[in-house]
Ligand binder design. Structure first.
Ligand code: PGA
Length: 248
């Protein structure tokens, strides 16, 4: 199975800076002797202003691009929201959904996320669903319960025959420099794998996210149910993102 390296740029990079990243990234990949993407997929979730330029820049490459969220209605009077349909017309093939920052600051609920996943599936966009527990929840031994609840609720009504990507991101590890231990990641990823299978999904991958860096990527990618990474801070520079993409 192909490993996935996904970049979440949050509110970083103007279109010109994004274009510059794409040019540098493609140039550096082109200089490598082996095709490093023969067994890898690369996803980039830029701030929406950069979606158009990035889909153009990456159109003849294997890099796929998508927005960091969408509205659950395809179109209509929803000032300020992102349209899945327009994103797709601009060349997006994926959508990031349910990131903990969306849940924490923008009242993103599992029931809204489920509507968004269903919309993505209808349009043929690949949903990348983020789940994960807070520090208090981990300390109260609720990690499994929280992750399973998020999966069950956000995947209600979702077509189990279509591909989906899950990104497990412990909230306490996002942007903090505190990466989960290999034991913690191994344990929850194997449980998420079993839960996804019990819900009827067959075509899914599980990414780890939260302070992934070139230094810790090799040990994490070696774990059995880690199919790739969702990377914030370390995806902003070509050198560190490419190093993570080359961690195996
Ligand atoms: P981080 O962010 O790699 O900077 O911790 C990950 C994310 O928010 O997806």
């Amino acid at each position: 199975m192909k490993k996935i390296f996904a970049a979440n740029w949050k509110l970083q990079k103007t279109p010109a800076e994004s274009a510059n990243f794409a040019d540098q990234f493609l140039a550096q990949v082109g200089q490598l002797s082996a095709d490093i993407f023969s067994h890898k997929e690369v996803f980039i979730f830029p701030q929406n202003f950069s979606l158009d330029i990035l889909t153009q820049k990456f159109s003849s490459s294997k890099v796929q691009v998508g927005p960091q969220t969408i509205h659950f209605e395809k179109s209509g009077a929803f000032t300020g929201e992102n349209s899945a349909e327009l994103s797709q017309k601009m060349g997006a093939t994926l959508v990031l959904l349910g990131h903990s920052e969306r849940r924490q600051y923008f009242h993103e609920t599992n029931s809204n996320i489920s509507k968004k996943i269903i919309l993505c599936q209808g349009l043929g966009l690949l949903p990348v669903l983020c789940i994960g527990e807070t520090l208090a929840e981990r300390e109260n031994n609720q990690t499994e319960h929280v992750c399973f609840q998020q999966l069950t609720d956000a995947l209600t009504g979702v077509d189990t025959q279509k591909r989906i990507v899950i990104a497990y991101e412990p909230v306490w590890a996002i942007g903090t420099g505190k990466v989960a231990t290999v034991e913690q990641v191994a344990e929850i990823h194997s449980k998420i794998d079993a839960k996804m299978k019990s819900l009827g999904f067959k075509d899914f991958q599980i990414l780890y996210g939260g302070s992934v860096k070139p230094e810790n990527a090799p040990q994490l990618i070696a774990l059995p149910y880690v199919d790739g990474f969702l990377i914030g801070g370390a995806s902003l520079e070509v050198a560190s993102f490419l190093k993570i993409c080359q961690c195996l």
